[in-house]
Structures are given as C-alpha cells and as structure tokens.
Ligand binder design. Structure first.
Ligand code: DGP
Length: 138
C-alpha cells in the first residue's frame, strides 16, 4: 500500500521527520516545511495515492473532514481570518502523494488570488465549455 520511495509515505510511517498536527486512522496532517504562511498544513491520506482521481471513495470524507477541522483550528487557534484550501494534481504537484494544502489567510497578507491570471469567455464559449464538462460528467 505504501511506496518506500515516497517522501510523504515516510512521514506517515514516522521514518521521515515532520511536525505532526493531527492523525486519524486514515489521515495525517503536518506542517509544510516551506509554508506560504506559518501554520500552513498538509493533509495526506495514509494510503499512497497520487491524485484526487486515485482517492478511494471511502477516504474522501475522512480527508476532507480533516481539512475542515484543520481549517477551523487554524482560524480559532492561530487567529487567521480565513484559509485557502487547495491541491495540485500532476501540474505543479511536486510530491506524488495526494496532499491538501490548508493555508492560513488574513486580509492584507499579500496573497492576491494566488497570483493566478484570469481570463474571459468569448460569446457562447462558456456554454460550450459547460456542455463539455456536463457530457464528461454524464
Ligand atoms: P505541491 O507543490 O502542491 O506538490 O506541495 C508540496 C509541498 O510539500 C510544498 O509546499 C513543500 C512541501 N514539502 C516538500 N518536502 C517536504 C518535507 O520533506 N517535509 C514537509 N513537511 N513538507 C515538504
């Protein structure tokens, strides 16, 4: 189930040091070693899966309820006003073991929309795009 070459499997197993903030039967949460802001937590399933698509359905609620609990703890405990919760899948994913980022946010913290460029739909393009997604969901 675990990958001996995986950094986050090592953290789950306790063989690679990390600053643990929570553990459940299915999930481990630890501080990101290069935090966007102090208190930035990574949550991983104990089971080695790479992307969201690989996450078995029984682990969805354990992982995202852990994200909810950690986000609440970051606001109540650290005094953050809010959080940014995100996950890279393949692109920009530097560790090939699924991880949810829970980042403390406070107004004026300098993070503006994660510096994402925004685009616009041409006339009719939004409906075509939505239809494509609906077909893929069907
Ligand atoms: P991403 O780029 O979305 O794959 O995020 C991977 C994160 O993992 C990145 O923010 C830094 C963090 N990270 C990398 N190596 C280690 C490590 O050895 N320990 C911990 N705690 N975090 C790590």
């Amino acid at each position: 189930m675990n990958d001996p070459d995986c950094l986050f499997c090592g953290i789950v197993a306790g063989t690679t040091p990390a600053t643990i903030v929570m553990e459940t039967d299915d999930v481990v949460g630890f501080l990101d070693v290069r935090p966007v802001f102090k208190g930035h937590v990574l949550l991983v399933p104990r089971q080695h899966v790479v992307t969201l698509s690989d996450l078995p359905e029984p682990l969805i609620v354990p992982l995202f309820s852990a994200a909810q609990r950690v986000a609440d703890a970051i606001t109540s405990g650290l005094g953050a006003q809010g959080t940014f919760v995100a996950m890279n899948n393949v692109v920009s994913q530097s560790v090939a073991h699924l991880h949810v980022h829970v980042v403390p946010r406070t107004k004026g913290d300098g993070l503006r929309g994660f510096f994402w460029p925004r685009t616009k739909y041409a006339d009719g393009e939004a409906e075509t795009c939505a239809a494509t997604i609906r077909e893929a969901l069907a």
